[in-house]
Unconditional design. Structure first.
Length: 273
């Protein structure tokens, strides 16, 4: 009997002192860095939180068109000054090739103070202002003066913060934005993620406030729509080149090309279920 009582006492002590770290880790996956509950449940959010290694320099070492396609499905992460993190899945991009590309800010190989980031190492941010109000974010690629415009994101984490940033960036108060309205366009994306000219020339592989992590989906040719770029005006043949890429069937894309999607379907390029 004494031996039995001793074993019971040891078992009781073990149970009271155990911290069950695996359970603690599972609970942490369901909270934001600030300690609150995640504002949105997403299959991407939970997976990405467990594999948050940033994309390294070799990922960005690609030709412009290749990088624009490779960005689809990857995750952009923005850490706010208060420590909160905003996560968004890239669902739409545009390639700007520099050189002969008449729609590129670096056409003809012209380098200026404004577009200097386009000539820096791949993975450098190029942030510029349009209409004296809005910002757009690009990432440099291989190729002299080439960069990829990030057009739209699918919000994954920090949606309440994104709504607040969008609200404060607009002059007049408006109704509450729906999820799909937060980042469906280059300037909206920058508003929602608090990105301005201060991010110009930053390195995505090293910066502590903004970076990318790998997505989890394996995308095929049938998942990506290649179509014309938006808002580039009269640029001759370059206005018609298929240098915009987006995830087919994703509701967070800014502008859908239904004609191109019908043509893809006719060729048997059906999206994965």
């Amino acid at each position: 009997m004494p031996r039995k009582r001793k074993l019971l006492a040891q078992l009781s002590a073990l149970q009271s002192n155990s911290s069950f770290p695996q359970l603690d880790a599972l609970e942490n996956l369901n909270t934001t860095p600030g300690g609150g509950s995640s504002p949105k449940s997403s299959k991407y959010f939970v997976t990405e939180k467990k594999t948050s290694s940033r994309l390294e320099a070799d990922f960005f070492q690609q030709p412009c068109v290749s990088l624009a396609k490779s960005f689809l499905g990857q995750i952009l992460v923005r850490k706010l000054p208060d420590g909160r993190e905003l996560w968004g899945r890239i669902v739409e991009t545009e390639a700007y090739l520099g050189g002969e590309d008449e729609a590129s800010h670096s056409k003809g190989g012209k380098q200026t103070q404004r577009n200097a980031a386009m000539f820096m190492k791949p993975g450098t941010l190029y942030v510029y202002q349009i209409y004296g109000i809005y910002f757009c974010i690009n990432v440099s690629s291989q190729g002299e003066g080439a960069a990829v415009l990030l057009r739209s994101l699918e919000p994954l984490q920090g949606l309440d913060a994104m709504r607040e940033l969008r609200r404060t960036s607009r002059k007049a108060p408006t109704k509450l934005l729906k999820d799909w309205q937060l980042c469906n366009g280059p300037s909206r994306l920058c508003q929602a993620f608090g990105i301005d000219k201060a991010f110009d020339q930053r390195d995505l592989t090293e910066d502590i406030d903004i970076w990318m992590v790998p997505g989890q989906d394996l995308l095929g040719e049938q998942d990506v729509v290649a179509t014309t770029r938006i808002g580039i005006g009269n640029r001759g043949e370059w206005a018609q080149k298929p240098l915009r890429f987006y995830l087919r069937g994703n509701k967070f894309v800014s502008v859908v090309d239904k004609k191109m999607e019908r043509e893809m379907a006719a060729r048997g390029h059906l999206p994965c279920s």
